[in-house]
Design a binder for this molecule. Structure first.
Ligand SMILES: *[C@@H]1O[C@H](CO)[C@@H](O)[C@H](O)[C@H]1NC(C)=O
Ligand SMILES: *[C@@H]1O[C@H](CO)[C@@H](O)[C@H](O)[C@H]1NC(C)=O
Length: 510
């Protein structure tokens, strides 16, 4: 799972990079693994800065100075099976045809056949395990088929039609064609989010933005915005001050299925995705969770509701209100714990959970506590939290998850864990309670969770992580391939690629 962003400014003498960096900070929660910005300046020249780490570390002042041009895209990477610590940061670039850049949020699930196609049919070399590199090369191969000196919008839409025809999976993408345009497109099921907006300048001309979450558009005063439709693409010309963007429904909307995980955990609460307020879904999750807990416990059985910061807070507070039980901030989060480096000969004395969270004894001592979290994945964090609550003196610990039990792979870009490492894998709720060491586990039912999120127009969601049924299906052998890559990546974490790459024609200070 990742964050993508693109901005095209009407005034081509302006520099877009500072605003892209600002936008990256609004999307940082979507990926802290790597960050990249690429811009397009005069004569179609491309400039880039990308590297492993958070945006503020990668984009230093001096590096930003090299990013010239009025149009650019950015990418924040979340680690997925195909993109380990030692693979390249995005955007990805190919020089032929025309110079194409792409930033991809999502995951393709027919990579085996795409790889074969690249090799045997179009003879393009793929140098990483990343499905995003495949997607970019597929797009480039489709553009190449026109075999033209210069492309126009129709050619691009036509090439995207080829991409849609061959790709299976979730993808929300921003890209650029050197000197020509910024483009955005979204998969036919709308699994991953993408929004488009405009900002009117005093002279009446307009700037344009593409972003993974509405919060970026709003913060940058792109007041008029909407979701890109599933199967829709947009082309924003480089001279967008004179020429308006062009939209096209490239393929028909398949059944629209936004990923429920965006609402449970991933997106910022102040974002609205596909017309659904993330914050309000989380309030609703708290209410439904309380109602289902009351089927098994009475409110007199619980003394206090405590949330696991930060995502679960909204849900926990509303759950407490519904239960009419006091809500307490029993765990305090240390905001300054980033990545910590464990030296080879240094034993990990304190678990990463304990470095991040501290339990306040006064809120647990002698109490029957309901701890609310957004989800339970491997269970290692939940286990530690339950231990901490007990050590702080809780007499009973109930543990509630705003999401249903996670028993399957997440295959569209939020790579959670090997299924066998999921605590609920092949286990009943009772067995999970025993494994976690708490008095009882409560899971939101899938039906309730869907009720929390659905609207008049969207009633179905991508829920494969809970059911094992994926909206696009998966190609034979794909899940095995996923596990193989995970194992491979696990073995080479320390072998990180060069920290920064500012290579791409980056000589702006001539
Ligand atoms: C935001 O854009 C609107 C026009 O859409 C304009 O009236 C307003 O002044 C802008 N706000 C800021 C803070 O620039
Ligand atoms: C699931 O659990 C049962 C016992 O609880 C065990 O017999 C079975 O082998 C497990 N299946 C898998 C696929 O692990």
């Amino acid at each position: 799972m990742c964050g993508v962003l693109g901005i095209a400014l009407a005034d081509q003498t302006n520099t877009v990079a500072p605003e892209l960096l600002d936008g990256c900070l609004f999307l940082q929660h979507r990926g802290q693994d790597a960050a990249g910005i690429a811009t397009c300046g005069d004569r179609g020249r491309l400039y880039q800065c990308k590297g492993n780490g958070m945006a503020r570390d990668v984009f230093t002042e001096s590096r930003m100075a090299g990013l010239v041009g009025s149009m650019g895209i950015a990418h924040m990477r979340y680690p997925t099976a195909g993109s380990s610590a030692n693979s390249e940061a995005q955007p990805f670039y190919v020089n032929s045809p025309y110079g194409v850049l792409l930033g991809h949020n999502g995951n393709l699930v027919n990579t085996l056949s795409l790889r074969r196609y690249m090799d045997e049919d179009v003879h393009r070399h793929i140098n990483t395990d990343s499905d995003s590199e495949l997607l970019l090369n597929l797009f480039a191969a489709e553009l190449e088929k026109h075999n033209k000196y210069r492309v126009n919008n129709d050619d691009i839409f036509h090439a995207l039609e080829g991409v849609y025809r061959q790709c299976r999976g979730g993808y929300a993408c921003v890209g650029m064609l050197a000197g020509y345009a910024m483009i955005g497109f979204r998969d036919p099921n709308g699994i991953r989010p993408l929004l488009f907006g405009e900002r009117t300048r005093p002279d009446g001309t307009k700037d344009y933005m593409l972003a993974s979450e509405s919060v970026v558009l709003k913060a940058h005063n792109f007041t008029k915005f909407r979701d890109v439709a599933p199967g829709e693409a947009v082309i924003v010309p480089k001279d967008c001050g004179r020429n308006p963007p062009e939209f096209k429904q490239v393929v028909p909307v398949n059944s629209i299925r936004p990923d429920l995980f965006e609402y449970v955990y991933f997106a910022r609460p102040d974002s609205v995705l596909d017309g659904i307020s993330v914050y309000h879904t989380r309030l609703e999750m708290g209410i439904k969770l309380a109602d289902s807990i009351l089927k098994e416990l009475s409110r007199e059985d619980i003394d206090v509701v405590v949330s696991v910061p930060d995502t679960a807070r909204t849900c926990a507070l509303e759950c407490a209100n519904r239960l009419q039980v006091p809500y307490r901030e029993g765990f305090v989060k240390n905001r300054y714990v980033g990545r910590t480096f464990i030296m080879p000969n240094q034993k990990e004395r304190v678990s990463s959970v304990r470095r991040k969270l501290n339990a306040m004894d006064s809120e647990f001592k002698g109490k029957r506590v309901l701890v609310v979290d957004d989800s339970i994945v491997r269970g290692t964090t939940s286990k530690e939290i339950i231990n901490m609550a007990k050590e702080a003196g809780a007499t009973k610990v109930y543990f509630a998850s705003a999401a249903p039990a996670i028993r399957y792979n997440h295959i569209y870009g939020i790579d959670l864990a090997d299924t066998k490492q999921l605590v609920a894998y092949n286990k009943t709720t009772e067995e999970v309670s025993v494994e976690l060491g708490c008095d009882k586990v409560f899971y939101q039912s899938l039906e309730d969770l869907i009720d929390c999120c659905k609207t008049d127009t969207i009633s179905k969601f991508e829920v494969g992580v809970f059911t094992g049924n994926y909206v696009t299906g998966v190609e034979d052998g794909y899940l095995q391939e996923l596990e193989r890559m995970r194992a491979l990546n696990a073995g080479c974490k320390s072998d990180a690629k060069a920290e920064f790459d500012i290579g791409l024609y980056n000589s702006a200070d001539f």
